[in-house]
Design a protein around this ligand. Structure first.
Ligand code: GLP
Length: 260
């Protein structure tokens, strides 16, 4: 796993946006896997800026979401589809029909295989952005999720519902109990994984995911199996990494063409 430690959110966003821009310029019909949560927001703002100022185009791209709440009314402000529309898609030239989420075609558990078939039809995901939950989840694969899991219905832990209550005016009871999420093995099929984590609250879990044993108890640790993962963290989120100095040195001496 490559770990890149950067001073702050703007440098992190720039590097993640560079990785996406590279896919957009290298691939005719680029397939982007996007994540919700607060970690990727600066990256979306940077991509929107590049679209407005430099003409970066998403016209031929497809976008797939990692996960979605089950049970929110269609168009609910906190549904992950609305979130990604509001924070990204509404501001660029991606056709709205090129955005898909895991509950588009059916409710709950039945839509997993259909969703995966749509992703497979377009040749798989070129680059997948990820955040990490405070309990080590990726997508909504809570601790204990099978490392071989596919897109499916899941029940959220109390901890994740409390974490996400901030998006529901602090009301934990308003946070849905159920979700549909790409599985861990689905996520691992994307060709490049870019995980973003910032802030001291993520330090422990980032260290477990990157340097701890691979275990279903820390779902993000499964990324260690992937041949091309870039973990982009700020100094605070890197503060529990035992090999931080080595990661810094590796990145500092990286040939420019290998930047991400
Ligand atoms: C949610 C999402 C995850 C996201 C996580 C972390 O649970 N399902 O995809 O990574 O939150 O969110 P944040 O980036 O706000 O810390």
């Amino acid at each position: 796993m490559e770990v890149v430690i950067l001073p702050g959110e703007s440098e992190m966003a720039e590097l993640a946006a560079d990785a996406i821009e590279r896919v957009l310029s290298a691939v005719d019909a680029p397939v982007l896997g996007l994540a919700t949560g607060s970690s990727p927001l600066p990256t979306y703002r940077e991509l929107i800026r590049r679209h407005r100022e430099n003409g970066l185009s998403f016209a031929t791209a497809r976008v797939f979401l990692l996960d979605e709440y089950v049970g929110l009314p269609a168009g609910h402000d906190q549904s992950y589809r609305r979130f990604i529309e509001r924070e990204f898609v509404d501001h660029v030239d991606l056709p709205i029909t090129s955005l898909s989420g895991p509950s588009d075609s059916a409710e709950g558990e039945t839509s997993g295989p259909e969703y995966e078939a749509i992703i497979a039809d377009v040749g798989g995901v070129d680059i997948q952005l990820l955040g990490i939950g405070s309990d080590g989840h990726i997508g909504f694969n809570e601790p204990g999720s099978s490392l071989g899991s596919r897109t499916r219905f899941k029940t959220l832990t109390g901890a994740t519902r409390s974490d996400n209550a901030r998006f529901f005016d602090g009301d934990v009871d308003a946070v849905p109990r159920h979700v549909i999420t790409q599985g861990i093995s689905t996520i691992l099929e994307a060709r490049h994984l870019v995980l973003l984590a910032a802030g001291a609250t993520k330090a422990g879990v980032v260290a477990q995911a990157v340097e701890g044993p691979v275990t279903a108890t820390v779902p993000a640790s499964a990324l260690q199996f992937h041949p091309h993962v870039t973990v982009i963290v700020d100094e605070a989120a890197a503060s529990s990494l035992a090999r931080a100095e080595y990661y810094r040195e590796t990145y500092r001496h990286k040939p420019g063409w290998q930047r991400i």
